[in-house]
Design a protein around this ligand. Structure first.
Ligand code: A3P
Length: 323
């Protein structure tokens, strides 16, 4: 038998089990022994009932805004760094722990009828997020939005350009998406951020490794854009929210913005900021054709998956496959 100092023992342990170096947060209220030692001031109801996971540029801010208008739905408090997104399950925030996460949520007045949620569009395509989200929130419902992945890629490129990203300013969209392995790393990074989130089926399958199909809802982003009132009814039905809130009085098409906005008064609408619904030139045909081929197999697999899961195949996907 040998005696070693606690720190040495810890190093030895993590040498043997490196996969345990990072904690995995679980809900303390799921375990009798944990809840007994947890401070009485803490409240397990201060956790989201559902997550909007993205991906980026599919209309996640519009959905977040519309959800937050609902009398029974409460969003997280904004983060000083990442604004409306908490971004807990991905990246460096996860290590900050459960208390850090829970501080973002109000204490619900009625834990049964109040719906807390958060939207972090970076969750969708992050490899670790489904496992981590499931460990803490196994019963949470998961909502994602899908638009044509080619359109999503182009929107991301335009987003980076308007944020004065040097690579997006220096290269055309076609140059970005067709960059080869010998290209500068900044170009390859931008290419990956344009293209990878759009490999929808691969990311969805990862979520389905952890969450059952009945907990997953896929919104057609084109429908959210053209008919948000109907889309919000579908979302409420999926969440089992009663009574249904009728969005037809609170959302109205704004011809100047070209999108649906929140009704403020008879003449006034509150639309999303300039960064949402940007005006830019349409994608050139060469990029369009390249991306159609690039996403072809993945889109076919996506439609098969949606049919298998009994989910509706969105119009944009049906058209893409016909093409
Ligand atoms: P574009 O700015 O490229 O048109 P996200 O919030 O996930 O970043 O998505 C931004 C996209 O949401 C916008 O991309 C826009 O097309 C889409 N969108 C959908 N409904 C919208 C709405 N009511 N107002 C503004 N943008 C909306």
């Amino acid at each position: 038998l040998q005696q070693v100092l606690p720190m040495q023992l810890a190093f030895k342990y993590f040498d043997l089990f490196p996969e345990e170096k990072e904690p995995i947060w679980q809900n303390p209220c799921s375990y009798k022994r944990h809840i007994e030692i947890w401070a009485t001031s803490k409240d397990c109801n201060r956790l989201p009932k559902f997550l909007v996971i993205g991906p980026q540029k599919t209309g996640t801010t519009a959905l977040y805004t519309f959800l937050a208008m609902h009398p029974a739905i409460m969003s997280n408090y904004p983060s000083p760094e990442t604004f409306e997104e908490v971004q807990f399950f991905n990246g460096k925030n996860y290590i900050k722990g459960l208390d850090w996460y829970m501080e973002f949520f109000p204490i619900p007045n009625n834990a049964t009828s109040d719906f807390l949620f958060e939207k972090s569009a970076t969750y969708f395509d992050n490899e670790r997020v489904p496992m981590r989200a499931h460990a803490l929130l196994p019963k949470a419902k998961i909502i994602c939005i899908l638009i044509n992945p080619a359109k999503r890629a182009y929107s991301w490129y335009q987003h980076m350009k308007s944020h004065q990203d040097a690579t997006a300013l220096n290269y055309t969209f076609y140059e970005v998406i067709t960059a080869t392995e010998d290209a500068p790393s900044s170009l390859l990074d931008l290419k990956a951020r344009c293209l990878q989130p759009g490999l929808y089926v691969q990311h969805l399958l990862r979520w389905l490794d952890y969450f059952p199909t009945r907990q997953l809802f896929i919104i057609d982003g084109e429908q959210l854009r053209s008919d948000p009132v109907l889309t919000m009814t579908h979302v409420q039905r999926f969440l089992h929210i009663q009574p249904l809130y009728n969005y037809s009085q609170s959302l109205r098409y704004d011809p100047k913005k070209g999108f649906f906005c929140q009704v403020v008064s008879e003449e006034k609408n509150k639309c999303l900021g300039r960064g949402k619904g940007r005006v830019y030139l349409p994608m050139e045909p060469a990029s369009d054709e390249y991306l159609r081929q690039y996403y072809k197999q993945d889109n076919i697999a996506l439609s098969k998956l949606l049919l298998r899961l009994n989910h509706r195949v969105p119009q944009w996907l049906q058209e893409e496959l016909r093409n």
